[in-house]
Design a protein around this ligand. Structure first.
Ligand SMILES: Cc1cc2nc3c(=O)[nH]c(=O)nc-3n(C[C@H](O)[C@H](O)[C@H](O)COP(=O)(O)OP(=O)(O)OC[C@H]3O[C@@H](n4cnc5c(N)ncnc54)[C@H](O)[C@@H]3O)c2cc1C
Length: 552
């Protein structure tokens, strides 16, 4: 917690806003040589709840209101007008503390596509050393492309459930390739899932990056303090951040740079509130324009998903553990030793595949889940309220649909309006429909069919395109990977190009201000995106330090 005596004005070389995945990494890197004073400001608090570090705890913490911004989307036209729950971590460590910990770098084609937009420095070959430097990977590395000594532990899942091998047989029978490491040279194929876990516990951004940095005298963490607006001097330089904590106003001043790391919903909202965004929208809200940046809040991409669940014949390990007496014992064991059933991550394996021929890289990711996510704790001798199941979650990892984030008022207390627009593009409906069909077909393969007594959700095999689309409309969701809302864009006419930030992540039209988080990713990453967020922050740290050292 921040001391109660935080003065009204705080000064540092760098002010980083948002202690999430990117912000924690940045503070570590920018403070490492002791030369620069770094202040990190976070709206949430720092918690010591063991459920935040026990893998099974994800089931509780990902939606717990006290750790969450709990955004809701606007009614989504392509999915029957449903409003989606959009969790975002609101605590020190950010979403890295409530996420499912899957570690997927993405496909080389993703970063080559960024570079092809005219963004120097972001090609797959150029970002590979950053991924390597970050990782401490303990699994097989046949291509010699992984890191073995970085701060970010990456551990392979080792579930003993026979459904895993059965799923692998079904995948192989359909022509997919078994991979020793889907984060290696080839992503297309299947393998056991990799996680940011160390000693059976979550390795969130707090433990990996922030905790070591907080031992340095040049680092200061201010929690429970919400950034409301940027302070921009008349000469167009961002000089600080106006914040509020328990009703008190504070101004955090940056001698060198302000860095926004408030995430794919938070960063565009903060820029818009500071007059950096589409001129017409800001005028409507009575916000004074600082720079007309149409890209701020636009280009929201996320990965839509649909799950196919099968009734398990033999109970999952988790269904036994959810009996309250056993649950208490499993949680205690996991907390004390990092071992036992509560220490196992929730996904067992990933398959990356193409929905149609001719694609440059996989556009579908399937997660194998060994239990029914609706299982809850139950009293001994009371049967489970829901059937036991295993499931294949099909995710569209290269969607065409784009949504947006906009303000509804200038009041910082009002959450932004978020339109995910998932499945808005016809191609996405067709690709996810194919993903759904593939998941159903895997379940019908004899190897997997031997482990279930038929479909649970949907309750019967769906064949007709129309009925599958209806199921998507009723049940598709996102897998919580929003990004792209302050996208990088190449330099263009007048220096404003089409991006909110340039290839060095500097916000256009202002000096001394960068955005470093998921919102700068211009195009989708094929897979769970946190590894790429860390990579972006690692690169940004180098850019920021180079500029500061050159400045003297
Ligand atoms: C439930 C869930 C499951 C997920 N599972 C996975 C997974 O298995 N693998 C994976 O790779 N990715 C996963 N993700 C996505 C991944 O966690 C995020 O993409 C990543 O953490 C984003 O990092 P970030 O730094 O951009 O934002 P965040 O980590 O969200 O950080 C933003 C920080 O800024 C703070 N903040 C926001 N506004 C303000 C303000 N005005 N003032 C002060 N502070 C502010 C927030 O409280 C937060 O701490 C998941 C996400 C969720 C929510």
């Amino acid at each position: 917690m921040a001391p109660p005596d935080v003065p009204a004005d705080v000064e540092a070389d760098f002010v980083i806003v948002g202690a999430g995945s990117a912000g924690c990494l940045l503070v570590d890197r920018l403070s490492a040589d002791g030369r620069f004073r770094v202040v990190l400001v976070e709206a949430g608090r720092r918690w010591r709840d063991p459920l935040l570090s026990i893998p099974l705890g994800v089931g509780a913490v990902w939606k717990a209101p006290r750790y969450n911004w709990s955004y809701r989307s606007q009614p989504e036209p392509a999915i029957g007008g449903r409003r989606l729950f959009l969790p975002r971590g609101r605590l020190v460590g950010g979403s890295s503390m409530i996420n499912a910990m899957n570690h997927v770098r993405g496909n080389a084609a993703d970063f080559d596509a960024w570079a092809a937009l005219g963004l120097p420095g972001w090609s797959a070959a150029e970002v590979l050393p950053l991924f390597r430097r970050l990782e401490d990977y303990s699994g097989p590395d046949p291509d010699d492309l992984r890191g073995r000594s970085g701060p970010l532990a990456v551990t392979e899942a080792s579930h003993a459930d026979p459904v895993v091998d059965a799923a692998f047989s079904a995948f192989a029978a359909a022509g997919h390739t078994a991979l020793a490491d889907y984060n290696g040279a080839r992503q297309e194929g299947f393998g056991r899932a990799q996680f940011n876990l160390s000693g059976g516990r979550r390795l969130g951004a707090d433990r990996a990056f922030l905790s070591p940095a907080l031992r340095r005298p040049n680092v200061r963490l201010l929690t429970g303090m919400r950034a409301e607006q940027l302070e921009i001097a008349p000469d167009g330089r961002a000089t600080g951040v106006v914040c509020r904590r328990e009703g008190q106003r504070h101004v955090l001043r940056a001698g060198r740079e302000v860095v926004l790391a408030t995430g794919a919903f938070g960063s565009p909202a903060l820029l818009l509130r500071s007059g950096l965004g589409p001129a017409a929208d800001l005028a409507q809200l009575g916000i004074r324009l600082r720079a007309h940046l149409p890209a701020v809040g636009a280009n929201l991409w996320d990965h839509p998903r649909v799950a196919v669940e099968f009734r398990r014949r033999r109970p999952s390990q988790l269904s036994g553990v959810m009996r309250l007496d056993r649950l208490a014992a499993a949680l205690a064991r996991a907390a004390l030793t990092g071992r036992g059933p509560a220490s196992e991550p929730l996904a067992a394996a990933h398959l990356f595949a193409c929905s149609r021929p001719g694609l440059p890289a996989p556009n579908l990711q399937f997660l194998l889940r060994l239990f029914n996510p609706a299982l809850g704790p139950r009293l001994p001798f009371v049967p489970p309220a829901v059937s036991d199941a295993f499931g294949l979650v099909a995710c569209l990892v290269h969607p065409a649909s784009r949504g947006r984030v906009r303000l509804v008022s200038a009041d910082p207390a009002d959450p932004p309006a978020i339109e995910t627009s998932i499945l808005g593009a016809r191609q996405d409906v067709e690709d996810l429909t194919e993903g759904f069909r593939m998941a159903q077909a895997f379940g019908s393969h004899p190897a997997l069919a031997a482990h279930h007594d038929g479909p649970l959700s949907p309750s019967s095999q769906l064949v007709e395109q129309g009925e599958i689309e209806a199921f998507l409309r009723a049940s598709a969701d996102t897998i919580f990977h929003p990004a792209g809302t302050c996208a990088m864009g190449p330099d263009g006419a007048g220096g404003h190009g089409q991006g909110a930030v340039d290839s060095t992540l500097r916000v256009r039209g202002v000096r001394g201000l960068r955005v470093v988080d998921a919102s700068v990713m211009p195009l989708p990453v094929r897979g769970n995106i946190q590894a790429a967020v860390f990579m972006v922050a690692e690169k940004a740290a180098g850019l920021i330090l180079d500029a500061a050292r050159a400045q003297g």
